[in-house]
Every structure is written in structure tokens, then in C-alpha cells.
Design a protein. Structure first.
Ligand code: DQA
Length: 136
């Protein structure tokens, strides 16, 4: 089943970016893991907010479910939230346990429009999100 797995800013640096927080799995390995769970998963990453909004519009137009790790946009981007709310279903995923980190990470403007939010399970969170969408 077609699922968009959309990753926001700095997630392309997984593997070397704060491995004590985000783990040592690289972005390329994460993409492979997603495709192992769902061969039709279309895994993308961008540091550009306009590009991400365009991908969410694509999900809305094609009726494609989304696994979304919005990175730091999570905490303040109402533009991203508005775009994500157009997609048929969004599962929000964070590698780290955001509630146990700095205060600014405790707020997600995305969670209210998400079907579910998975935090703190590392790459396992992506597997769980994909399986949940497959079962939906
Ligand atoms: C993150 C958590 C965000 O606070 C952070 O800005 C990220 C990654 C996560 O996957 O844990 O870039 O979304």
C-alpha cells in the first residue's frame, strides 16, 4: 500500500546527529527499514518547509496516508499543521521522547490533527506507525 513517510529538517543527518538522542541508524537505513515493513512506502526528507507542505498537498490530492516526523517544525509550524490536516490520515512520529527533553519540545502543534503520536521508540516508532496504517 502506498504510504508517504515524510521527514523534516535535520533528519537527513541521522546516524551522526546526536546518536545518544536519536540513535545510530542512518537516514538511509531508516528508509530501508520503512520499505521492509511496507514495500510501497515512499520515504522522503527535506529541510525546506515549502517542499514539505507540497508533499502534504500531494498526500491530500492522492488520498495517501502519511507517517510524519516534522522535526523541529513540530513545535511551531501552523503552516505545516494546516497542510497536514488536509491529508486523509497522519501518524506523527518522533524518534526521541520529546516530553522528557527541553520545554520547547513539549508542545506539538501537529498532534491535535494526528491520528496518533508515537514518541521515544526510535526507528521502532516508524515500524509501528506503518503497521498501524496497514491495518487501518
Ligand atoms: C524529533 C524531535 C524534535 O524535537 C527535533 O527537533 C527533531 C527530531 C525526533 O524525531 O525526536 O528534529 O522530531
Amino acid at each position: 500500500m502506498k504510504i508517504l513517510v515524510l521527514n523534516g529538517p535535520n533528519l537527513g543527518r541521522l546516524g551522526t546527529r546526536q546518536p545518544e538522542v536519536y540513535g545510530s541508524t542512518t537516514y538511509a537505513e531508516l528508509a530501508d527499514i520503512c520499505r521492509q515493513v511496507e514495500p510501497e512506502a515512499d520515504v522522503r526528507q527535506t529541510d525546506d518547509e515549502a517542499t514539505m507542505i507540497g508533499w502534504l498537498h500531494e498526500a491530500a490530492d492522492s488520498g495517501t496516508p502519511v507517517v510524519l516526523n516534522p522535526g523541529a517544525w513540530t513545535h511551531y509550524s501552523y503552516a505545516l499543521r494546516d497542510a497536514a490536516s488536509l491529508a486523509p490520515v497522519v501518524i506523527e512520529v518522533h524518534l526521541s521522547q520529546t516530553a522528557a527533553r527541553e520545554e520547547f519540545r513539549h508542545t506539538s502543534v501537529i498532534s491535535p490533527i494526528a491520528k496518533a503520536t508515537i514518541t521515544g521508540l526510535g526507528v521502532e516508532g516508524y515500524r509501528a506507525a506503518l503497521r498501524a496504517l496497514q491495518a487501518d
